[in-house]
Design a protein around this ligand. Structure first.
Ligand code: CA
Length: 120
């Protein structure tokens, strides 16, 4: 009985590990693409937000805590994997409504999903 319980707990732990890693890796390609496309400069607000806080508002990130940039990205992706066209599609938006478009912020190294971070 005791050994059987141990096997069940090992099974539950294994499912948790697999589940968390599948969830985490599902969004990793988005961040790889973002970094390859924009190559944020070290030390900027944008670089400090990598990897999760570019699109999420808090850590640990969940599917529902998207910041305004993440929400626009999710809307543009419409359930598909994020690709370069989708990143491009939201460059002209001002997701956080701070007066600077997403691409202006990304080039300046400020955060397109945080109105407190904007180009000077
Ligand atoms: Ca903005």
């Amino acid at each position: 009985m005791r050994a059987r319980r141990g096997v069940i707990w090992i099974g539950v732990a294994a499912m948790l590990v697999v589940g968390v890693s599948v969830w985490a890796s599902a969004k990793a390609p988005d961040m790889v693409l973002f970094k390859q496309t924009y190559a944020p400069k070290e030390g900027t607000d944008l670089a400090k937000a990598l990897p999760c806080l570019v699109c999420h508002s808090k850590m640990p990130a969940t599917k529902t805590d998207l910041n305004p940039y993440g929400a626009d990205l999710a809307k543009a992706a419409a359930g598909k994997a994020v690709d370069a066209k989708i990143l491009l599609a939201i460059e002209k938006l001002d997701s956080d409504k701070d007066g600077a478009s997403n691409i202006v912020e990304i080039k300046a190294g400020t955060h397109p999903g945080d109105p407190k971070s904007k180009p000077k």
